[in-house]
Design a binder for this molecule. Structure first.
Ligand code: PAF
Length: 308
């Protein structure tokens, strides 16, 4: 296989996908935001550290670093930035897209795909979500923290997988093709809009939401609101119920620091608008009152923005 992927987002997930796709034989062009972020890659190489401590170095010819201002056309683009950075990052390379370009969006939360579709209606848009665990100890170094699965599908159109999906299947990313990626993204959103703001506001690992009675008490009401909005939106709800699903994710990720709490601790902007903001907006459009979520969103916006 020798196919090219351009990748926007040199963070943990963008870096992990770059290394995994390069290992599967794809040619990777990792687009760095600026000259100074490009300079941070020692020897122009990306280093991937596996959980067993082994390391692989990815540089030319398998992986090249470039700037948005480079002129090569982009045929296939993975956007793996923070949700709020996706549209500005895409705008910086949009002159390099062609009428046939494919774009795979791998960001947390929901709402970005709609923004992209509105601004660049001709793009072939795909969305994905991953449970791979990774973090970036320093620029240019990615630490793999846990094996997960990556689910990908064509945004709003469904249909069979394109030929490039084989790059993902041949990689170690355990990718599956989804006929209805909106349902998958919604289910992830249902989990994130309960776990992320509570853990971020109370500065606790996910497990704290079951261990601390004052937090545990909030789960049933929040999950009932999620269930009502899901039903009104025509989204499938888990057979066991949203509360049981959320509780099982909390148990399975008890020691994790949620992505929103990681952002808060790092003093970075969080994805609250694309998780809880999107959820409350959907509820409002559907005429479902979600007072508990509205209060949680208001609190999270005021507290988390103060740390941004
Ligand atoms: O956003 C996250 O951190 C994760 O999606 C989840 C499921 C909350 C686990 O930490």
């Amino acid at each position: 296989m020798s196919e090219c992927w351009h990748i926007l987002g040199a963070g943990a997930i963008g870096g992990l996908c770059s290394a995994r796709l390069a290992a599967a034989g794809a040619e990777i062009s990792l687009i760095c935001r600026s000259e100074s972020s490009l300079q941070q890659f020692a020897g122009n190489a990306l280093i991937l550290r596996e959980q067993d401590g082994s390391e692989s170095h990815w540089g030319p010819p398998n992986l090249r670093l470039e700037l948005p201002s480079s002129t090569a056309p982009i045929e296939r683009l993975l956007v793996a930035t923070k949700a709020h950075q996706a549209v500005p990052a895409l705008a910086a390379v949009s002159q390099r897209l062609t009428p046939d370009s494919d774009l795979l969006l791998l960001v947390n939360g929901m709402g970005v795909a709609e923004q992209i579709q509105q601004r660049w209606p001709g793009l072939h848009l795909y969305c994905g979500t991953t449970t791979e665990g990774a973090w970036r100890p320093t620029a240019g170094v990615i630490q793999h923290a846990g094996k997960g699965t990556t689910r990908i599908g064509r945004w709003q159109l469904g249909g069979p997988a394109p030929s490039w999906f084989s790059h993902w299947q041949n990689s170690a990313l355990q990718a599956s093709w989804e006929e209805n990626i909106e349902h998958v993204l919604w289910q992830k959103l249902s989990i994130n809009c309960v776990i992320n703001p509570l853990s971020a506001l109370h500065d606790c690992p996910n497990g704290g939401l079951l261990e601390r009675p004052e937090l545990r008490r909030q789960l049933p009401g929040l999950c009932r609101e999620v269930e009502r909005v899901s039903q009104a939106a025509g989204m499938p709800t888990p057979e066991e119920g949203v509360l049981a699903l959320v509780e099982s994710v909390i148990r399975n990720t008890a020691r994790n620091i949620s992505s929103m709490l990681q952002d808060r601790r790092a003093g970075q902007a969080t994805e609250i608008d694309y998780i809880n903001g999107y959820f409350c907006q959907q509820a409002e459009q559907l005429g479902i009152d979600v007072p508990l979520h509205r209060a949680l969103l208001a609190k999270a916006r005021s507290v988390l923005q103060a740390t941004n």
